[in-house]
Design a binder for this molecule. Structure first.
Ligand code: 13P
Length: 342
C-alpha cells in the first residue's frame, strides 16, 4: 500500500464541494426498482440505465466518484467504450461495491451480518487493475424491539474493519458504511444513541485492525427519527443531532463524511445536508458530503421508464439533484432551486 496515494484519493473524493454517486445497486435491488416502473429486469436494461447516468453531460462538475457494481464495472456503452473509461474521462473516480450483501444473522432474529470477506483480497486486486480507486462495504443495523444487539454491532464492525484493512493494502480507499436504518417508530434520540454506539464500535475495530483513518471515508446514516415515529424533527434539529453525534465519535483525521440517503426524498436529503454545512462547516474537522443513491437517481429513473426518448430529460433531472447537493455542501442550497431546472 502507498499511504500517500490513499490519502490523495480520499482527499480528491471530498474536494471542490463534489460528492459521490452510488449506482451500485445489486441486480436484485436494481430489478426491484425497475419492476415498480414496468422496466424490463434484464442485463441490457440495467446497462442502458447505467449508460444514461454516466454519460450525463456535466456530471463531473458535481460528482467526484461513482460507486459501481460488479456487473456494471465490466460493461460498455452501446458503442463499445468501457464504462470505466467513460467515468474516468468525465473526471470521476471509479469505485466498486465489494460486499456480498447483508444476510440473516445466526442466533439474532431480525438482524443482519454483511458477508464478503472470503476471497476479498483477490477481488480487490482485480478491481484495482480495472481502474477502481475506492471501494464500499455496507453494514446494516436495524432498530427495534431489543435490537440492535451487541453481537450484531460487533460482528458488523469487525467485518467493516477487516474489509477496510484489505482495501488499503490493495490501494483502494475504503468507504466504511455502517447504516442504521430509518425503518421503525423509534425516536431521533434512539437513533442518535444507536448511531453513537455503532460508530464507537466501528472506530474501535478500525483502530484494532490498523486502518489508516486519513485514507478512508465514513458513510453513515443521518440521525433521524424512524419513518413511522409520530414526532418528526425539523431540518435544523436533524442537522444538529447528526453533526453533534459525529463530533463525539468520529476522529478528526478522517477526511470526509459522506452520508447515505437511506430512503429520504431527494429534496429532504439536500436540505438536511445543507443545514449541516450551513451550521457547522466553519468548525467541522471533516468534509460533510454526500454519497447518495436514491436521493440523486430516483427522479431520473422515474422519468426514464426504460424509454430512449426520455434519456435527455432523465439526465437533466439527475444533474439537477447532483447540483443541489453540490450547493448543499456549501450551505447554499435552498427550496428555490427546486422546480426551476437550475
Ligand atoms: P441510498 O442513498 O439510496 O441509501 O444508497 C446509498 C448506498 O450506497 C447504500 O448502500
Amino acid at each position: 500500500m502507498n499511504a500517500q496515494d490513499l490519502i490523495e484519493t480520499a482527499k480528491m473524493l471530498v474536494a471542490d464541494n463534489k460528492g459521490l454517486l452510488a449506482i451500485d445497486e445489486s441486480n436484485p435491488t436494481c430489478n426491484k426498482r425497475f419492476a415498480k416502473l414496468g422496466i424490463p429486469q434484464t442485463e441490457e436494461a440495467r446497462r442502458a440505465y447505467r449508460e444514461l447516468i454516466i454519460t450525463t453531460p456535466g456530471l463531473g462538475e458535481y460528482i467526484s466518484g461513482a460507486i459501481l457494481y460488479d456487473e456494471t464495472i465490466r460493461q460498455q456503452k452501446q458503442d463499445g467504450t468501457p464504462f470505466i473509461q467513460v467515468i474516468t474521462e468525465a473526471g470521476i473516480i471509479p469505485g466498486i461495491k465489494v460486499d456480498m450483501g447483508a444476510k440473516a444473522m445466526a442466533g439474532h432474529p431480525g438482524e443482519k451480518i454483511t458477508e464478503g470477506l472470503d476471497g476479498l483480497r483477490d477481488r480487490l486486486q482485480e478491481y484495482f487493475q480495472m481502474g477502481a480507486r475506492f471501494a464500499k462495504w455496507r453494514a446494516v443495523i436495524a432498530i427495534g424491539d431489543r435490537i440492535p444487539s451487541q453481537g450484531c454491532i460487533e460482528a458488523n464492525a469487525h467485518a467493516l474493519a477487516r474489509y477496510a484493512a484489505l482495501c488499503q493494502e490493495a490501494g483502494l480507499v475504503p468507504i466504511v458504511e455502517p447504516e442504521v436504518l430509518m425503518d421503525g417508530a423509534h425516536t431521533l434520540d434512539q437513533c442518535s444513541e444507536v448511531t453513537e454506539e455503532v460508530l464507537q464500535t466501528v472506530f474501535n475495530q478500525l483502530y484494532t485492525q490498523r486502518v489508516m483513518q486519513s485514507g478512508m471515508i465514513l458513510k453513515p446514516n443521518m440521525v433521524l427519527p424512524g419513518l413511522t415515529c409520530s414526532q418528526q424533527e425539523s431540518v435544523d434539529e436533524v442537522a444538529d443531532a447528526t453533526v453533534n453525534c459525529l463530533l463525539r465519535n468520529v476522529p478528526a483525521a478522517v477526511p470526509g463524511i459522506a452520508f447515505l440517503s437511506g430512503g429520504q426524498s431527494g429534496e429532504l436529503a439536500s436540505a438536511r445536508l445543507n443545514a449541516m454545512n450551513f451550521r457547522f462547516k466553519a468548525r467541522s474537522p471533516w468534509a460533510l458530503t454526500f454519497s447518495f443513491g436514491r436521493a440523486i437517481q430516483q427522479p431520473a429513473l422515474d422519468i426514464w421508464q426504460g424509454k430512449e426518448a426520455n434519456i435527455s430529460k432523465a439526465q437533466q433531472a439527475l444533474l439537477h439533484r447532483a447540483k443541489c447537493n453540490w450547493a448543499a455542501r456549501r450551505g447554499e442550497y435552498n427550496a428555490a432551486m427546486e422546480g426551476k431546472g437550475v
